[in-house]
Write a protein of this length. Structure first.
Length: 215
């Protein structure tokens, strides 16, 4: 794939109108995704890995990678010794690429923002890199995260912060969950460019939330 075609995929991702469109774009991009985003200087998986190492030190931790894509997060977590990884994504093409890396125990098609087919308290942590972005995972995704993560477990995510309508909606959702006692912000990074070699404006922050409820 030429550099212009890779940028076309990025453009199509930003302009997708619904989950079906988005899934089609990622299905198409999946074969070249890793090569593309590496050429963009894409860094969220590395930042998420640093935070998992700090907050979820046990290599046995049961970790859900939400919006797993081609498995770039799991690939790095596996190098650090994490063995209990599950990934979900709406794109079957991306899931298929993730499977080839052989670092996930389970990979399933699920849609963030809809009910997730996991039991309460199933995970020690949910992680997500690059998926909380405009027209990607919606704010309601967090309602399911606080349900499926054990009390005292962690939600470690990057969120796009330069699109005001998106970050405002996410923040409102999380504020409500915090007020209701479901979770608490523990740490956030500085804002940083997530594809610095191709965009001066795309900016994200990494956030760490602790899940608080008792049962
Ligand atoms: C930018 S990619 C990031 C993939 C991977 N986490 C990484 O860092 O390379 C975003 C991924 O989120 C998935 N995605 C977007 N919206 C989603 C949703 N509502 N539910 C599930 N997956 C979604 C896409 O299919 C895509 O694989």
């Amino acid at each position: 794939m030429m550099q212009t075609e890779k940028s076309d995929c990025l453009e199509q991702v930003s302009s997708a109108q619904n989950n079906q469109d988005l899934s089609n774009v990622y299905d198409h991009w999946s074969q070249e995704y890793d090569e593309s985003v590496i050429s963009f200087g894409y860094n969220p998986p590395a930042v998420i890995n640093g935070l998992v190492g700090r907050f979820v030190p046990s290599n046995d931790a049961n970790i859900l990678d939400a919006g797993v894509g081609t498995g770039m997060v799991g690939e790095l977590l596996a190098i650090l010794g994490y063995t209990n990884l599950v990934g979900i994504d709406l794109s079957l093409g991306m899931l298929e690429r993730a499977g080839k890396k052989q670092v996930y125990q389970d990979l399933r098609q699920m849609v963030l923002g809809e009910p997730l087919a996991f039991t309460d308290n199933e995970f020690d942590a949910v992680v997500s890199a690059g998926t909380f972005s405009a027209n990607h995972a919606p704010p309601e995704s967090f309602d399911e995260f606080v349900r499926i993560v054990k009390p005292q477990g962690f939600i470690i995510v990057t969120i796009r912060v330069d699109v005001a309508s998106y970050i405002d909606a996410i923040q409102a959702q999380i504020d409500t969950l915090e007020k209701e006692g479901w979770c608490q912000l523990v740490e956030h990074s500085k804002p940083f460019k997530n594809i610095p070699l191709v965009s001066e404006t795309a900016t994200i922050k990494a956030f760490v939330y602790r899940v608080l409820r008792d049962s």
